[in-house]
Design a protein around this ligand. Structure first.
Ligand code: ATP
Ligand code: MG
Length: 405
């Protein structure tokens, strides 16, 4: 949170909380980025009666297509930013690579959450890890590599085998190379064009989990239950949240860590923190996402408020109440792969068969082209117990040709 702070509630229905309503014209909430996270934010904001504005250069962007207004410019275009600020009462972001300077500009004119500072930290793995250390939350052993000298230094730190990750612009496992030995590390850094990187020790993971917190401008914080995640090839595949999916002790540790990471940067908005649980039972933080997160999509159907509802509330300075999970849940990511059969021929997934299963909720993002590894949608399965949702989710996965979990 930075710049023009705003603790006056931007109430749905066109008024602000400190005076009589001057107009019934709904307030507009703005979002930088038009991907699926922006689309689900737009849906939540519109449900509460706001108008929405999306800034994204892509005419086909999932959020732009469902928003009242779509400003189709580059993220740094001064006229686009000016237009967004002019029509929006407050502005949020939906992907972490939104240029931090653009957020700083917007924050001079309107409340912006999360703030540029938090987004800038999350955009840079080196700054992010330094922030975790500052907050007293352990992360994987690592070294920052920005020069040939630092690369040689890193060799003495027992980080191999490891993963070399570009410091900036990585997502869904992109910009990462697994390196076994010194020669592979040198080659990998060359292949990544010697951009600033972080070398992380490869850890033996017992499991992965993440937690979503929402923090208001007044510092009030609430959290969702901790979710257990399965990644395949660096991309989230499945999230499970039900009684017994994770020990209470682990959940408490994750929530406490996420809360201190949010507090440490005076965070405003929805924040996801991802963790690794190691084979010795210890937990280290992996990374944070300054926005709603793929692993929180189960909240759309399994909780009394979704992560996008809380993004709206934190942005509009509305009250926060602790969300409650009312159903056991499994979320299965629907990658473009599902649109191809085993021979690589394109086909339409059998949605009717999936939707004939009890407790299935299909969410498609309106993308017009299915490509392998592209996030096209997700399927939530809700039910009364973990056993119940697992049995249905596995049937759905089999229908869609997704590997069992
Ligand atoms: P996203 O932002 O989409 O979550 P990303 O590209 O930022 O992904 P990471 O979260 O760094 O990538 O890594 C992706 C996955 O790779 C992790 O969820 C984990 O399964 C594996 N991984 C990453 N770092 C390590 C590590 N140090 N040891 C073991 N596995 C790792
Ligand atoms: Mg990750």
């Amino acid at each position: 949170m930075s710049g023009k702070t705003q603790s006056v509630a931007l109430l749905p229905g066109g008024s602000s909380s400190n005076g009589p309503s001057s107009s019934a014209e709904p307030l507009t909430l703005g979002v930088m980025g038009g991907g699926q996270l922006g689309r689900m934010f737009v849906h939540a904001a519109q449900t509460m009666g706001y108008f929405t504005a999306v800034l994204d250069p892509d005419a086909q962007s999932p959020a732009g297509r469902v928003s009242h207004r779509h400003i189709q410019t580059d993220y740094t275009d001064p006229s686009g930013l000016k237009e967004l600020a002019a029509c929006s009462a407050a502005i949020t972001t939906e992907f972490e690579n939104v240029p931090a300077p653009a957020l700083r500009e917007l924050a001079k004119l309107r409340p912006v959450s999360p703030g540029a500072e938090a987004v800038a930290i999350a955009q840079d793995r080196a700054a992010e890890k330094a922030h975790f250390v500052k907050c007293g939350v352990p992360c994987a052993p690592y070294a920052v590599i920005e020069s040939a000298v630092q690369l040689e230094d890193a060799l003495s730190k027992a980080l191999l085998p490891g993963i070399l990750k570009t410091a900036r612009m990585g997502y869904d496992g992109k910009g990462q190379v697994r390196v076994k030995d010194t020669a592979a590390l040198r080659d990998a850094w060359q292949a990544l064009k010697q951009v600033p990187c972080v070398l992380e020790k490869m850890l033996s993971l017992e499991l992965e989990c993440s937690v979503i917190v929402a923090r208001g401008r007044d510092g009030q914080m609430v959290n969702f239950p901790v979710q257990r995640n399965l990644h395949r090839e660096g991309i989230l595949a499945v999230t499970e949240v039900y009684e017994g999916h994770l020990s209470q002790a682990l959940q408490q540790q994750a929530v406490a860590a996420a809360r201190s990471i949010a507090e440490g940067v005076n965070y405003v908005g929805v924040l996801c923190v991802e963790f690794f649980v190691l084979q010795d039972g210890s937990m280290v933080v992996n990374e944070m996402a300054p926005r709603p997160h793929n692993s929180g999509h189960y909240t759309l159907d399994a909780c009394d408020q979704s992560q996008f509802d809380l993004q709206v509330r934190t942005l509009a300075s509305l009250p926060l109440t602790q969300p409650r999970q009312h159903s056991a849940a499994i979320m299965i990511n629907l990658l473009g792969d599902v649109w191809f059969d085993s021979k690589g021929t394109m086909r339409l997934p059998d949605w009717a068969a999936v939707l004939a299963l009890p407790g299935t909720h299909l969410h498609l993002y309106g993308k017009t082209e299915a490509r392998k590894a592209r996030k096209m949608g997700h399927l939530n399965v809700t039910g009364v117990s973990g056993a119940d949702v697992r049995s249905v989710a596995l049937k759905a996965a089999a229908i869609l040709g997704i590997e069992a979990f």
